[in-house]
Design a protein around this ligand. Sequence first.
Ligand code: ADP
Length: 449
Amino acid sequence: AAEQADVVIIGSGGAGLSAAVTAHDLGKKVIVLEKMAMVGGNTNRAAGGLNAAETKPQAKLGIKDSIESHFNDTIKGGHYLNNPDLDHKLTDNAKYSVDFINDLGGDLNDVGMMAGASQKRAHRPTGGGFVGAEVVRTLYKASKDRNIDIRTMADAQKLIVKDGKVVGVQFKQGKKPAQIVHAKAVVIASGGFSANQAMVAKIDPKLKGFATTNQPGATGDGIIMGEKVGAATVDMKQIQTHPTVVPGNGEMITEAVRGNGAILVNKEGKRFINELQTRDVVSAAELKQTDKVGYLFFDNSVRKSLKAIETYIKKGLVTEGKTPEELAQKLGINADNLKTTLTEYAKFQADKKDAQFGRADMPRPLTEAPYYAVMVTPAVHHTMGGLRINTEAQVLNHKGNVIPGLFAAGEVTGGVHGGNRLGGNAMADIVTFGRIAGRNAAENPTGVI
Ligand code: ADP
């Protein structure tokens, strides 16, 4: 006979593990299926913070924020394509997500500022550490302490439906034959599809050939499995790219490097864009350059202005030269043109007018040796679209009706972030809706809530 659980969760990122701990603590037998060898998914890579307003850490730090402001920033950042009901649910409940992680022994007690936010509301570990790793560490430890059954290398392949209800999952673990586990409810928490280049390029041909910042398991399986049982999707075309990613390894170089003065040059040693344009515009310009790459170029003054650069240097991502010529030689780019580019740029900077590309803010002339460069290319970073859910994390069909027994949370869903996700809101989304999905899957698997 097939195995039986109360709640089966597909994916062990922040959404899946939040759902797992929540359903377990309501007395349910939970099984988590994770297709990769390690838990944590893309959540492991989240750097910024978990956005929440009116929280205890904010109060302690004297930060005056409001849920209304978080809501307004979120829909503005999403170009007003967001589903406002989902965003009210998100912003009303994000503060409990901070409590949830901290009460489980995590540390989200530092609060920082992120782009698109009116207030400091990005919760992260004390000292400004990486939020994703902290949340995964906390949730994984909580799962272990509770003996929650988490199976790695367990690839969910198909949802089992009976009489219009989702009643289980077929999965394949390693070389074993496919298995079925029956459940009263299934939570899809399998993340986005940034690492599925065929799916990305089919939806948006402009993104053909893009690398990704995501882990290789982010292939959209949950969306495909959901669609097969009649789930509707929303905002699938809304795909976020990041323009400064190191080719090959998906390491993302923060926008602050350009903000603090770096320029972008091509293999010919020439600038090709206003470096401070939006992510989509800079990405498109890079793709028109030789070998579809650019070089983030900066000098010692930029290096000294930004701690993150030391991390990139330690990781071996940065090439250094005593002079621009030496650097150009090491990179194999045109040295004469690079020299001319730098002379021109220093003049634009002094004149406070970029006669070539109209860049408004040029904080540094880039004349202090040594010089540095990082080869970059655009990469797919986040997929805003996905399964259509209601505010109780129930998956909806094309008529807008609940598919009994089926819940979804996290990046696999659409509607929360509209046309553009703000930094810090993915973490808020996955923990908040992960908990809602876990609770409802446990308490009311098939009913109308
Ligand atoms: P979120 O941020 O929404 O929690 P993550 O990307 O952090 O999403 O985590 C999703 C997890 O789901 C990843 O670890 C990924 O490997 C896993 N996953 C994706 N597809 C499947 C599948 N078919 N079966 C099991 N796990 C899957």
